[in-house]
Write a protein that binds this ligand. Sequence first.
Ligand SMILES: [Ca+2]
Length: 256
Amino acid sequence: MGKLQFVVLLCVACGNDAMGPQPEAGNADAPSDGSLDGRTDAPMDASPRDAYRCTTDAGGGPTHTVYLAVDGVSLVRGNCNEATTSCTNLISADVAVPPLLAGNPNRQQVISDLVGQLQQTLAPYEVAVTTTRPATGPYMMIVLGGTCSQVTGSPLCSGLVTGFATQDCGNQVPSDIGLVFELPNFNGARYANVVMFEIGFAIGADTTSVQGDCMCQSCGGASTPCTLGIDVPIFAGCGGGTQDETRIFATAFGCR
Ligand SMILES: [Ca+2]
C-alpha cells in the first residue's frame, strides 16, 4: 500500500490561512514541469510539454474508472485508502453513508449534471466516470452524501467543508477514496468541481488558490466548470512551486 499523505479539507469559502498547507513564497525557480517524485513518466514524456495536453491520441492505455457512489455506501474505518473494500482512514467509525440528496425532487438532475460536467472536463483522458460500482478494481471511489459530521465524526467539520480526501503524492494508491458532503444549494456543477478537486488530490496534484482552477482549495462553491492549468502556483503538499495539471492527469490516466 502506498504511503498516505495528509488529509485536506476542501472548503466553500475558507481562507487559505484558515487551514491547510501554506503557500511557498518567492519560489519562482522551482521546477515547472509538475513531475511526480519517484514516478516513471508515461510514454508520452517526449517533449514538448504540449504532449501532456492530450491533443492527440497517445496510443491508448488502461482504462481508468472514477466511481461516484451517490446511492449510499457503507464505509469501514481502518488505516487504509482502498475503494474496493470501502476502507478509509477519513472516518472515525464505520458508517453507512446515505444516498446523495435522498428525497430531493431535483436529485436525478443534479446527478446527471454532475456526471455530464465531469465527463466533459475529463474528456481528454482515458478515464470513465460512472455511478455504477465496478465489479473489480482498481477504481477510484468518490462518496457523495451525508454531512461532514455524519460521515466523518471529525471535529474539523464546519459548514464550509465540502469534502475530505487523502493527498496521494506520486499517485501510489490505485483505488483511492474521497468524500464529498451534501451541502445546501449545491447543484451538479458545484458538486462536479468538488469531485474534480478530489480526483486531482487522489492522483498527486497539489492545491492552489488560483480561482477557477480545479485544484483551488477554497473554490468549492464555484458553479462554472473548473479547468486544469499548466503552470499553476501551488501550496507545498507534495512539493511546491508550480504544477502542470494537464501532465498530472495525462500521466495518471493516459490520453484518450
Ligand atoms: Ca491514487
